[in-house]
Write a protein that binds this ligand. Structure first.
Ligand code: HEC
Ligand code: HEC
Length: 238
């Protein structure tokens, strides 16, 4: 049998007939090792294949929140990382990865990803002795106070006035940007910053660390801009 023919048979076998134990005629031998997707159990490969496109090659400088940020990891904790990876963020660009939620990864692979993120990029105890605002919001926000806070703590970088002579970074007050980010992700970004880009965490915006109320107010104001219709600066708040 010539080589090309044997190759064709082998291809056919692995593609269609592997399940019934097909072998090239007259050439008994072991099946070639095929690594099935669910057999990938290595953090670096799983991360590269599934997460790097949005969260950056090394967990930072991506489009979405930086995962290689010890402050983020400490605040969010493993349960959040597992649950968001498994279930995604409904209505946002973060996909659900667990097979049980329509994704492609086994629960074991989700666990490996969460453990890898935490052990490679976290620093346990990095927030020891500090009292950061909680990862999830618990208070009621005040949009007007949030607007003032934005002017005090954020506008020097995220200037809202295009004519102002200040360097502006991402348009975080732009309604179409805000449509692409959930309240929780805004909160997580304010709390944990973007260290690789020079955005501080909740401790570094002003003369004192941001309080939970200030963080909540900021998110409420930004969220109100997302929902606003043209011509309406922001809805009345209670
Ligand atoms: C298609 C782009 C995309 C891919 C691929 C992606 N993410 Fe995300 N991820 C996002 C976006 C966007 C958000 C923020 C969603 C929001 O607005 O809440 C996010 C949020 C998260 C969060 C929660 C951050 C928070 O607010 O606490 C975690 C954890 C996370 N992703 C982990 C992963 C892991 C692990 C993978 C790979 C298995 C992955 N992501 C792949 C886009 C992506
Ligand atoms: C010292 C400058 C600086 C300050 C102050 C600052 N930021 Fe940022 N921020 C950045 C940079 C740089 C980025 C990342 C680059 C970008 O997204 O354009 C960023 C990114 C963000 C993002 C994510 C944008 C994205 O593309 O995912 C949000 C949300 C955000 N900032 C909100 C805030 C809020 C709210 C405040 C005030 C509490 C604030 N920032 C204060 C520099 C700053």
């Amino acid at each position: 049998m010539n080589g090309a023919y044997r190759l064709a048979i082998t291809g056919l076998c692995s593609g269609l007939l592997a399940a019934v134990g097909c072998q090239a005629p007259g050439k008994p031998g072991p099946e070639p090792e095929v690594v099935r997707p669910e057999q990938v159990l290595d953090f670096a490969t799983l991360y590269k294949q599934n997460c790097a496109a949005c969260h950056g090659e090394s967990g930072r400088n991506g489009l979405a929140v930086s995962l290689a940020n010890p402050v983020y990891i400490e605040l969010a904790g493993k349960d959040v990382v597992v649950s968001v990876t498994a279930k995604g963020v409904p209505g946002q660009l973060m996909p659900a990865f667990a097979k049980s939620h329509g994704g492609t990864l086994t629960d074991q692979q989700v666990e490996i990803l969460a453990n890898g993120i935490i052990t490679q990029w976290g620093h346990p105890q990095s927030l020891a002795g500090l009292h950061p605002p909680s990862y999830a919001a618990t208070l009621t926000g005040d949009a007007a106070a949030g607007e003032d806070d934005f002017g005090m703590y954020c506008a020097r970088c995220h200037g809202t006035n295009p004519v102002a002579h200040v360097p502006t970074v991402g348009p975080v007050t732009d309604p179409s940007f805000l449509a692409l980010i959930s309240d929780q992700s805004i909160r997580a970004t304010i709390l944990s910053g973007r260290p690789e880009d020079g955005m501080p965490d909740w401790r570094g915006f002003g003369p004192h660390p941001l309080t939970d109320q200030e963080v909540t107010d900021l998110v409420t104001w930004l969220a109100s801009k997302r929902q606003s219709a043209p011509g309406q600066p922001y809805p009345e708040h209670p």
